[in-house]
Design a protein around this ligand. Sequence first.
Ligand code: URA
Length: 295
Amino acid sequence: MISEKDLENISSAVSLADAYFSCRPEKPCVIAEDFFRGDAVNVQNEQNAPVPGAAQSDARTITAQTDTLQSPTAVQTVTRTDEPETNNETALQNIARKIAACNRCRLCGGRTNTVPGIGVPNPLVLVIGEGPGADEDAKGEPFVGKAGQLLDKMLAAINLSRHTNCFIANIVKCRPPNNRDPMPDEAEACRSFLDAQIGILKPRLILAVGRIAAQNILNTTTGINKLRGQFFEYRGIPLLPTYHPSALLRNEDLKRPAWEDLKKFRARLEEITGLSFSTPTQTQSGASTQNRNQN
Ligand code: URA
């Protein structure tokens, strides 16, 4: 187990996750466990909690900390300003209402709640998952169970959050029974909702988590091991497939490649926006990034 003293000695140019993955090949998940299991997102203003279908608007009061092994440091969030929030919010709520009334496929019969999506209405990033599980079905929000907590930590590692600069949606908006994979006709029936959401949100980048999301969006049967870490385009928007957080929970060996994917994603986001999405432990100087509210 690496000590706090060791961590202090790691150059500030090297992120905690980077350091972790590179310095302990014989037991490659000690720091990553801490990293991903830590309290990565600290929502300081509960009133700003996002609502299904749309989200709160003033994200600036929320800070994220990505490293619980070092003293917490507030990270300036990078939010988008070129997209109007209000119109998007109304349009997203309209889609959420249509989803709630949908009976296009058999999944409507087993649902407790529909799960349209959650996040800011003018996101830089859209995260696409597979479909709701039991927790999500009960709450009507995507990624609220264990996989959701890990997803939040993965996003926080590159200064992204559903509370400030992301929207999270699924391929299907109703829970498949016993968490089985969505069937092709179910994904097809739900597709226009996702496409309508993308049309409103106009994200700068899309992160597709897991095989089902990547294969459906890209209309391919290629496996996730081949798709991950490569950029594709969907409707003119760059899209990167990576592993689903549930897969990382099942197999810790996937954390390293997932972190490589996230760094690639961050680099493209920085290239597109001209802004930094590094957290303080990931910057040369250790200083917070200074680019809030721009893109
Ligand atoms: N897994 C998903 O793909 N989506 C969710 O909303 C929850 C778990």
